[in-house]
Design a protein around this ligand. Structure first.
Ligand SMILES: *Cc1c(COP(=O)(O)O)cnc(C)c1O
Length: 405
């Protein structure tokens, strides 16, 4: 399929290019020393991802450890309540650890093992990436250092406990505001010192090349599984596919399976409390081109051109940019990006729980809210939504902040 001069039959061969660009977005804006380290990871990835040993090991991990393939569920009651459109969800909440993040963490840590590294390093904000990476590191017997701000450590006690139980070393970052930004800096510093023995594992389709490509490839299992399952269930493809976009990994994985199909793709960004800067994290919808954290993409900036403060009810979505491939697909028009606010999200959180017996992560509830809205405007057809994770982690917070409904 050719769309706006991009040939999607051969898309994965050409995007990104050898320097890690999706059109003008992506690249690697980092020190020469780190560039060399990224080059080493890139070369190892290209060699390893063609080896049958690596492919077979990843395949059996997916099946025997993660519990893949995850099912697709038809939302019968919700569809009937909304009209004639059939709604479906891809159940990443049933992936081991309860979300899609393990898909790329298992790939990254397996790569580290094949490269002979002893340790994996990452930062975490809410702790979801840290827990997924600690899980993967424990499975393969690698050391794991997770950098986390003092403020986040206090807020996210259950995830800190999980990481420690899994054997990870949680390194407290005390300087500055002691949240995610400082944790990113500290983790990068550590990696610069330790890159001979360690690899840095990025938690989404972000950062310098090759991470946006590698994380997409590891997450594409979601989209390719979903495409085959949906065809088997219904005999056709969905009319629309919907996923929430924070950094953009679950959505990119999901979209990867449908880019070359006549299927409408929707990326849902968090509108939070409203459209004022600081009240949302809808970077593709309201942002402009810029460079941050080692890559060129579309981002939300403050008056100095630095990453702007962002907010969302979903801590997994509050990041001031999204992966470079999303910026590319945004400009191309292949994916439509739109927004859902906190209130609509909480409504969808309760609706899916009550009508289908599935408590979604509040990140995923953004996709569900959008799918419900879309169903009302479509009249007929089918919508497949990515349920990126389960909502156990969010229950206390939702009840405290929004009340039991
Ligand atoms: C982290 C997270 C997200 C957001 O990350 P993406 O890279 O945009 O997928 C979405 N849903 C859940 C459940 C998460 O844990």
């Amino acid at each position: 399929m050719i769309f706006n001069n991009v040939d999607f039959d051969t898309y994965f061969k050409h995007y990104p290019n050898a320097e890690g660009y999706f059109g003008k977005y992506g690249g690697a804006y980092i020190s020469d020393e780190l560039k060399q380290a990224m080059q080493e990871i890139n070369e190892a990835y290209f060699t390893i991802c063609k080896s049958t040993k690596f492919i077979n090991e990843l395949r059996s991990i997916r099946r025997d450890f993660q519990g893949r393939p995850t099912p697709i569920t038809h939302l019968d009651r919700l569809s009937n309540a909304l009209g004639n459109v059939q709604l479906y969800v891809k159940r990443e909440d049933l992936n081991h650890t309860g979300a899609h993040k393990l898909n790329h963490c298992m790939g990254e840590v397996l790569l580290a093992k094949f490269m002979g590294k002893k340790k994996v390093i990452a930062e975490t904000g809410a702790g979801q990436h840290g827990v997924a990476l600690a899980t993967a590191a424990a499975h393969f017997g690698l050391e794991c250092d997770i950098y986390m701000g003092t403020v986040d450590i206090a807020k996210q006690a259950p995830n800190v406990a999980r990481m420690k139980i899994l054997g990870a070393n949680v390194v407290e970052v005390t300087h500055g505001l002691a949240t995610l930004k400082e944790a990113v800096d500290a983790a990068f510093d550590a990696y610069t010192r330790e890159y001979k023995d360690a690899i840095y594992c990025i938690g989404s389709v972000l950062g310098p090349h090759p991470f946006p490509m590698m994380v997409r490839d590891f997450q594409s299992v979601v989209g390719f599984e979903a495409r085959a399952q949906f065809k088997e269930m219904t005999g056709e493809l969905p009319d629309a596919v919907v996923a929430c976009v924070g950094g953009g990994s679950n959505s990119m994985g999901m979209f990867a399976g449908f880019l070359n199909d006549p299927v409408d793709l929707y990326g849902v960004e968090p509108l939070g409390r409203g459209t004022a800067l600081g009240d949302h994290a809808a970077s593709l919808t309201y942002g402009t081109e810029g460079i941050m954290h080692g890559f060129n993409s579309i981002m939300l900036k403050d008056e100095n051109g630095d990453p702007a403060p962002v907010y969302s009810v979903a801590s997994g979505l509050d990041y001031p940019s999204s992966g470079p491939e999303h910026a590319f697909l945004h400009d191309l028009g292949r994916v439509k990006y739109d927004v859902i606010n906190d209130e609509e999200t909480i409504d969808a959180f309760y609706t899916l729980s009550r009508m289908e017996g599935i408590i979604p992560a509040i990140e995923s509830a953004h996709a569900v809210a959008y799918g419900m809205k879309l169903a009302k405007t479509m009249g007929r057809g089918s919508v497949l939504m990515c349920l990126s994770g389960r909502g156990d982690k969010d229950m206390d917070y939702v009840i405290e902040k929004f009340g039991m409904r």
